[in-house]
Design a protein around this ligand. Structure first.
Ligand code: CMP
Length: 138
């Protein structure tokens, strides 16, 4: 068993039909799915989840985007999960993302960037607990 990270396939990638391809790439990279569901964040959920960004100029746009349709929320396990997952998804801005990364292939802009990945082990645990009860994590 390894460490865990939290991910969301964001509304843009769900709308564009990329759930299957993204999950395939995640599985091929060696991540085990610990928890997963299709869900939609409320405005209140998104404001809480992204509270750290609330003074940023893009906060309103971010909350609007993340609540406009369903997402896939998931907890993933692998050795070095947080760092390896961030390598797999690529830079926040798809224009700067490395070739072959999930954001390079599926993101459309810095805001609508297809996937989320936790930035630390501590945040992974907080974010997983935001979306999943303990008994929903296998
Ligand atoms: P993520 O890193 O998953 O979480 C914060 C999100 O804020 C980020 O993905 C982007 O979706 C969004 N974001 C970051 N920078 C900008 C920006 N300059 N303009 C719009 N959205 C942004």
């Amino acid at each position: 068993s390894g460490k865990r990270t939290f991910t969301m396939i964001k509304p843009d990638a769900v709308e564009n039909g990329h759930i299957g391809a993204i999950l395939e790439q995640i599985a091929t990279a060696g991540f085990r799915i610990v928890a997963m569901k299709l869900t939609q964040m409320t405005k209140n959920d998104a404001e809480q989840f992204y509270a750290i960004h609330k003074e940023r100029p893009f906060f309103g746009e971010l909350v609007e985007f993340m609540t406009r349709g369903p997402i896939v929320a998931a907890v993933l396990e692998k050795e070095n999960a947080v760092e390896d997952f961030r390598t797999l998804i690529g830079a926040t801005n798809p224009a700067e993302a490395a070739e072959g990364t999930i954001r390079k292939k599926y993101a459309t802009s810095i805001g609508e960037n297809a996937v989320h990945g936790s930035d630390s082990d501590e945040n992974a645990e907080i974010e997983a607990a935001f979306h999943f009860a303990g008994r929903e994590q296998f």
